[in-house]
Design a binder for this molecule. Structure first.
Ligand SMILES: [Zn+2]
Ligand SMILES: [Zn+2]
Length: 359
């Protein structure tokens, strides 16, 4: 039977998807963005679960400053960091985007940390995130930002997936995930491993090792830490798709935003959606040095656990920023002091001519 819906590709996923010399799609994706009227089927279990998490986390935040031991607070931050790296370096940059390769010990470590973060198993996370990139800001995007800030933040998890999202997910090639034994092991045992790693161990460890109370151990390193972790990732889907600049491709919703970066330590989302196979967060070395996920991948490369790290050449970045950027690119953008009026009119003509091709 033919599919009821036919999702339209609105983004690149791998460098092989590039249809122009500067690795973009050869069409105007800004006209593809849409959010057709739809009837939401609520998932009440998730709604009550998120309510419980956020209310308990507020109490957990109070406990951080009033009764939790300092070891508990440090432990909560350490677990948060491990989960962030498990998701950022693992299910995101390694398994979704294949932006580098990892040897088995590193893949096992990332799988354990990713399980601790409880945001679906790697297989589902990577398939959904590939769907997000390939059908970005259309009805086949699981957290379509065209439906508003709340929907792209957490609303999408409060209702059932639409037929477009399910169809988009089916069209994603996941053969590499099926071929990875670490991913398949986690998929098979996820519901046994996840509760122990995400909820049981982070509660027991502070009580057993430094005599923390059960209440503090449950509310701070377990519930508050977990709620912070999911909100960080959700903020990239919501705030980083709504606020900021688009130095690389102004036709995309994802934006570069220092504010989002300061909260999520991942905020260069226009760069990421323009070149998703680049293992770096941004082309700027300073921000990569301040991004734990990237520092971790670089360190793993130094000790031989990560290899074949992919990045985009400065020349391609320059070409792309010229052709499709919004003019805010720091070096070649309109506000650069060296970008004289003569150059502006010269490159402005080129940019306009390129834009005409998309109209
Ligand atoms: Zn995105
Ligand atoms: Zn991505």
């Amino acid at each position: 039977m033919p599919p009821l819906v036919d999702p339209v590709v609105s983004g690149v996923l791998f460098e092989t998807d590039g249809q122009t010399p500067d690795l973009g799609l050869d069409k105007d994706v800004s006209v593809l963005k849409k959010a057709a009227p739809k009837k939401y089927e609520y998932v009440w279990f998730n709604i009550f679960w998120f309510l419980f998490l956020h209310i308990t986390s507020l109490y957990g935040l109070y406990l951080v400053f009033t009764s939790a031991k300092w070891q508990t607070n440090v432990f909560a931050f350490a677990v948060h960091l491990m989960c962030a790296i498990g998701i950022g370096a693992g299910s995101h940059r390694l398994w979704t985007h294949r932006s580098y390769k990892a040897r088995t010990p590193l893949r096992i470590l990332l799988m354990i940390w990713q399980t601790m973060g409880f945001q679906d198993c790697i297989f589902e996370w990577a398939r959904d995130h590939r769907t997000h990139h390939k059908y970005a800001d259309t009805d086949a995007d699981p957290h379509n930002a065209e439906r508003g800030l709340f929907f792209s933040h957490m609303g999408w998890l409060c209702c059932k997936k639409s037929p477009e999202v399910i169809e988009g997910g089916k069209r994603i090639d996941v053969s590499d995930l099926y071929a990875d034994p670490v991913v398949m092991f986690q998929k098979k045992h996820y519901m046994k491993m996840m509760p122990i790693l995400c909820f049981v161990l982070p509660t027991i460890i502070p009580v057993y090792f430094w005599g923390e109370t059960w209440l503090n151990a449950f509310c701070v390193p377990t519930i508050l830490r977990y709620t912070c972790g999911i909100n960080v990732v959700w903020s990239i889907n919501s705030f980083a798709h709504t606020f900021g600049y688009r130095p690389y491709d102004k036709s995309l919703n994802p934006r570069d935003n220092i504010g989002t970066w300061m909260i999520c330590v991942e905020g260069f989302h226009n760069y990421h959606h323009t070149f998703p196979w680049d293992y770096r967060a941004t082309e700027y070395p300073l921000y990569n040095l301040l991004t734990p996920t990237i520092v971790f991948i670089d360190f793993m490369a130094k000790i031989g656990q990560a290899y074949d790290l992919k990045s985009v050449t400065p020349d391609i970045i320059k070409q792309r920023a010229h052709r499709t950027g919004d003019g805010t690119h720091y070096l070649w953008g309109w506000d650069d002091p060296e970008f004289t009026e003569k150059l502006k009119s010269q490159y402005g003509r080129v940019t306009n001519a390129e834009d005409k091709k998309f109209e």
